[in-house]
Design a protein around this ligand. Structure first.
Ligand SMILES: Cc1cc2nc3c(=O)[nH]c(=O)nc-3n(C[C@H](O)[C@H](O)[C@H](O)COP(=O)(O)OP(=O)(O)OC[C@H]3O[C@@H](n4cnc5c(N)ncnc54)[C@H](O)[C@@H]3O)c2cc1C
Length: 404
């Protein structure tokens, strides 16, 4: 009989985990609290380390029509728009890091993941199903849904995001530190922007106590805007909270018209307060394991939260593929051991980037950005090398034999 996993949360990490586990021969069942198709309007960047895994599990081919490949990643000054550094992506990513660097709407990624899961395991997602608790037994674990039903599996995977119910039961109510930053988000069709269209890149606009990121989604037809501003008066963390255009414009007052034009043309602007969390001491108890934001929420300033959840899912399945039934907790521990250093490093560098992109005066900007400008102009391969540990990571095949 196949082993069975229950996945709590049908987001990017949870769906990837379901696909990976199915590919190593497990039965899978996903419980998602939201009704179907409720994915919010936002873009996401997937660096080569994530693309390699999505290729390996048969998802990339389903995303081709909606993804965008940026020419480069660049850093510009937020007010003048002056370019500090440009790292080519389209021309070098596949050769240097083994896969492309892509940008995509979250909803398109979720559709691709859902489609792939349905090919491997039809009808394995139950929406409108909120998990409220878990219970470990000697060789299995149970979950309880809000509607009172319980379900048993060999493994429960808590992929239920930043406010994870599974993590809270494992560790008690979490202690998160407000970073004093708030992220604005909007998506705007290019055709609404007139002449002020951001470059077809992943562009970081760095400024005093704030930065913005512009990317493309919908095959390049839509601009995705994220603006991160130091603020202490907004503490809500989630995709659904809306803010006012006038407040966003005040935050980006005197900024490059390319940025203020995006804010003016956005139909809606969302706000997300950014919290920082210390790494957890372990990611599993018995037959229940965590992944993605439930295990290691990270700031968006490295564009790695979703990518790291994809990596987690793959490595968890790989660890389980090489374990026997009685060793599921051991496999979970091996998974944790192989992931914790890397995710902790990404969490730390994301926090450092936030500081780097927000230099508060012209002098500190000069001290920090001049070496970046210099390296970008005279030794560009040094900057590319800087990303090798992250983008160049190879994970090997999922299992000696897996389903396709
Ligand atoms: C502004 C912003 C920009 C970002 N940009 C990027 C980027 O460019 N690249 C990148 O890699 N990352 C980015 N991230 C981070 C990324 O969005 C997250 O890290 C990623 O979504 C985490 O995936 P996940 O599957 O762990 O959690 P989620 O995507 O949050 O999915 C969790 C799922 O679990 C469900 N759920 C929750 N509780 C329950 C329950 N009790 N029962 C059942 N289901 C439940 C939720 O409805 C949800 O569908 C960004 C984040 C922000 C805020």
């Amino acid at each position: 009989m196949n082993r069975k996993a229950i996945i709590v949360g049908g987001g990017i990490g949870g769906l990837t985990a379901a696909i990976c586990l199915r590919q190593i021969g497990w039965d899978v069942q996903v419980f998602e609290t939201a009704p179907s198709n409720s994915e919010i309007g936002a873009g996401i960047q997937i660096s080569p380390n994530g693309v390699k895994i999505l290729q390996e599990i048969g998802v990339m081919r389903l995303l081709e029509e909606s993804l965008f490949e940026p020419d480069s990643i660049e850093i510009r000054l937020g007010k003048s728009g002056k370019k500090l550094v440009q790292i080519p992506m389209k021309d070098i990513a596949a050769d240097r890091w083994g896969a492309r660097y892509v940008q995509i709407h979250r909803a398109d990624l979720i559709v691709g993941l859902n489609t792939r899961l349905a090919q491997l395991s039809p009808n394995s997602i139950e929406t409108d199903s909120k998990v409220i608790s878990f219970n470990n037994r000697e060789t299995s674990a149970f979950i309880k849904l809000q509607n009172g039903k319980t379900h048993e599996a060999d493994l429960i995977v808590g992929a239920d995001g930043v406010h994870s119910t599974i993590r809270n039961q494992m560790f008690g109510p979490e202690r998160a530190r407000f970073t004093g930053n708030v992220a604005w988000r909007a998506v705007i069709p290019v055709e609404h922007l007139g002449a002020l269209v951001p470059p077809p890149t992943g562009c970081i606009w760095a400024g005093q106590q704030k930065h913005a990121v512009t990317t493309r989604i919908h095959s390049g037809r839509t601009v995705n805007f994220v603006g991160i501003v130091e603020h202490s008066d907004w503490k809500l963390e989630g995709w659904k909270f809306e803010g006012k255009t006038a407040d966003a414009l005040a935050d980006f007052k005197d900024w490059n018209p390319t940025i203020t034009n995006l804010i003016k043309k956005a139909e809606s602007l969302h706000k997300w307060a950014l919290f920082d969390r210390a790494p957890l001491p372990h990611w599993h108890t018995g037959h229940v394991a965590l992944l993605g934001d439930a295990a290691h929420p990270m700031l968006p300033s490295m564009a790695q939260g979703a990518v790291q959840s994809i990596e987690d899912a793959y490595v968890l399945a790989k660890s389980l593929a090489s374990s026997s039934h009685s060793h599921i907790p051991t496999a979970c521990n091996n998974y944790f051991q192989s992931r914790i250093r890397r995710t902790t490093k990404v969490q730390k560098v994301s926090m450092k980037n936030l500081d780097l992109f927000h230099k508060s005066n012209v002098w500190t900007q000069f001290v920090h950005y001049a070496p970046i400008w210099f390296a970008g102009h005279f030794t560009p391969t040094l900057i590319q090398k800087h990303y090798d540990w992250l983008y160049g990571k190879e994970f090997g095949p999922l299992a000696p034999t897996s389903l396709h």
